[in-house]
Design a protein around this ligand. Structure first.
Ligand SMILES: Nc1ncnc2c1ncn2[C@@H]1O[C@H](COP(=O)(O)OP(=O)(O)OP(=O)(O)O)[C@@H](O)[C@H]1O
Length: 226
């Protein structure tokens, strides 16, 4: 029996929009094993990003239970959630979100700047994250000197550098050509298979979803059987 990393029970998220209540996620039940690579698909507005934001502690559920790595996340307050997120989750965005004036090294170093560690340890961690994504030789380049695929690999190194057990990725290959996308997906597979990272990836691309161990489909805030 595989260890469960993520357990959602009757997880709901609602927002108030003027006088109406929008519920992008409704009573969702989901289990993800530790080290599993899960793809989430679904039409626009089906609640995919909302779910990623809950799983990564960017937002809190309105109702239900969300246990990640044995910890009930739904009950944490904002401050506790921010601290938890910094140690346990790496977020990968479609458009990389790198700081343009910083080098690859400095971008990857950012999440560690507030962590209590020596400069030497920080440098070693950043170098090893950039080596893992195959960019040790581009450490001193700025984002504009890198290709889209390389920028995304820097962003993955940044997501990895604090050694989180969970990675969430929102359309990580959405802006890339097929060859760069394949390289990113191979890297994500390697991170789950060889490094035990649990990965939840939103994608619109069925080919990208094929790289995952399992694909789930969301529709109107609920998982549907495919
Ligand atoms: N902060 C918010 N306030 C109000 N409504 C929101 C908020 N965030 C999301 N929603 C609504 O929730 C629904 C689901 O949004 P979500 O971004 O999760 O969908 P998605 O499946 O990720 O869509 P896409 O594929 O277009 O990114 C949408 O109708 C959206 O308008």
């Amino acid at each position: 029996m595989k260890e469960i990393m993520i357990e959602c029970r009757a997880l709901s998220k609602s927002y108030r929009k003027g006088t109406t209540i929008v519920t992008p996620l409704e009573k969702l039940d989901l289990e993800v094993a530790r080290g599993e690579f899960l793809a989430l698909m679904g039409p626009s507005g089906s609640g995919k990003t909302t779910l990623l934001n809950l799983l990564s502690g960017i937002d809190s559920p309105t109702e239900g239970s969300l246990v990640i790595g044995g910890r009930e996340i739904a009950k944490l307050n904002r401050r506790e959630l921010t601290k938890w997120r910094a140690n346990h989750v790496g977020y990968i965005f479609q458009l990389y979100h790198l700081v343009p004036v910083l080098s690859a090294f400095e971008n990857v170093e950012l999440p560690l700047l507030l962590a209590p560690m020596s400069k030497k340890e920080r440098r070693e961690r950043v170098e090893s994250a950039l080596t893992l994504v195959g960019l040790a030789d581009r450490m001193h380049h700025t984002p504009s000197e890198l290709s889209g695929g390389q920028e995304q690999r820097v962003a993955i190194a940044r997501a990895l550098v604090a050694n989180p057990e969970l990675l969430v990725a929102d359309e990580p290959t959405g802006d890339l050509d097929r060859e760069s996308a394949t390289r990113i997906l191979d890297l994500l597979r390697q991170l789950s298979r060889d490094h035990g990272k649990t990965i939840v990836m939103v994608t619109h691309d069925p080919k990208a979803a094929e790289a995952a161990d399992r694909t789930l489909h969301l529709e109107k805030g609920q998982l549907i059987l495919s």
